[in-house]
Design a protein around this ligand. Sequence first.
Ligand code: MTE
Length: 390
Amino acid sequence: LAAGEKVITELQPWMSESGAPVDAMPYGKPSAYEDHVKRRTVEWLTADPISSINFTPLHELDGIITPNGLAFERHHGGAADIEPGKHRLMINGLVETELVFTMDDLMRFPRENHVYFLECAANSGMEWRGSQLNGCQFTHGMIHNVMYTGVPLRLLLEEAGVKTAGKWLLAEGADSAAMTRSIPMEKAMDDCIVAFKMNGEALRPEQGYPVRLVVPGWEGNMWVKWLRRLEVGDKPWHHREETSKYTDLLANGKARRFTWEMDAKSVITNPSPQAPIKHGKGPTVITGVAWSGRGTVPRVDVTVDGGITWHKARISGPSLDKSMHRFYYEFDWDGKPLLLQSRAHDSTGYVQPTKDQLRKFRGVNSIYHNNGIQTWAVDEEGIAENVEIS
Ligand code: MTE
């Protein structure tokens, strides 16, 4: 027997002693051996940790669901700690009846369950001018994908009775940043949800407890957390988050505004800089995630030679509207250097562009909406690095 195989013949402590009793941990946690799996920040990215961001460890996950404790956080004024009994949701403005709901009131409306991705518009924003951050957690980790339970926003608006002139909705948060965004009424009436559960349990405080707005397929900034007010109006408000921020400055000095939908995108999560290949040449699994704010992702291509040849990846797991998809490509690695890329095709026929194709139209001034193809260079040792190829 090889030395490593002693683990089969030797009695291990967990086989010779009883384990922990049932109530050792009334709210369960991952194994202590998994404590490296965590959200991480990039300290120099923001001036302080209150208005800041951390990243989902995509390279440690599989399937399509982000566990609640690992969903990235983005706060403009820190995470509010709200007592649900003291929280109210108000609807005012161009409505027949202005309404105020308690959390108990919201529970009496019909609920729905949907899995949606939330991607911050700034995801991959540091990569516009060239490869920068070494790990898919940092280049692509401003995304999470969870199942929401909540009340369709349409039902609450119908309860208040939107006046004919009511074409826009302002969503406002109860945090110290009082985040506000204008949302067109068609979207509000279509698939938005006022959600109070994620993956079956109450929203986490950092995700907007007790209630947040879900705006499927649209940029994360619009998914107002700690939702306290919905105002119906006849035009957009042009607040800070939709003028000086979350607009895309083009090379000619003009800015694209109201770029709400998140374009199709994908990334290989394994191997990647934080998850090298450790087993040497031979059978190798490449995996990653893909998503589109416009529908599903019926196809993902993978290349191991920098785009000379593309292979159709295998999608496994649910293919849901505006949700993350999981793909795999298994191949026999000859141990030579690799240039790995993935390319998503969404259900509208849109194909994820290269970074150079994006830059041709959008320049490099913006930090938002970078959905370009990501490249990892893998060397003979299996070490992966963030690179760009032209
Ligand atoms: N809502 C409020 N009230 N305050 C905030 O700071 N941040 C927004 C949005 N909703 C924010 C908010 C931004 S920029 C993003 S990307 C998402 O919430 C992040 O959601 P998450 O923290 O669940 O990842």
